[in-house]
Design a protein around this ligand. Structure first.
Ligand code: THU
Length: 134
């Protein structure tokens, strides 16, 4: 485990993700999700899942977190945590792994159910914006 992995205050980040559960709108699944991240310039941002009667249009907690990233100044994610209604670490769904990859700094750290991973470990050999260049 690198030094950087230990610098993140995971307890604080998990607490922020747990607090964000209160903003979840999940009447259909009854499965609230809260997310929190630190940006590379030190902001703490959060998100919660927002569902829709047309189930497939549900916005995961990662979606509202990325919206907040841009609403509060943009930049890149440095560390990320996501929790279920009981405050347990939750792995991002496949679509959200791609979403997080797009907005992460290289080496972004993520608290998974099996420990801290980098974004590259979570989405190996990712398709990303570089592949579209030139
Ligand atoms: N959900 C998230 O918010 N993030 C994930 O990465 C996994 C799933 C939400 C979507 C839906 O509102 C509920 O969890 C049940 O799938």
């Amino acid at each position: 485990m690198s030094e950087k992995r230990q610098e993140i205050d995971w307890e604080q980040l998990t607490a922020a993700a747990t607090a964000a559960l209160a903003q979840s709108y999940s009447p259909y699944s009854q499965f609230a999700v809260g997310a929190a991240a630190l940006t590379t310039d030190g902001r703490l941002i959060t998100g919660a899942n927002i569902e829709n009667a047309s189930y497939g249009l549900t916005l995961c907690a990662e979606c509202s977190l990325v919206s907040e990233l841009f609403r509060t100044g943009g930049g890149k994610l440095a560390a990320f945590a996501c929790v279920d209604g009981e405050g347990r670490a939750l792995m991002p769904c496949g679509r959200c792994r791609q979403l997080l990859y797009e907005h992460s700094a290289p080496g972004m750290l993520l608290k998974s159910s099996s420990g801290v991973l980098t974004i590259e470990e979570m989405l190996p050999d990712a398709f990303g914006p570089d592949r579209l260049a030139g």
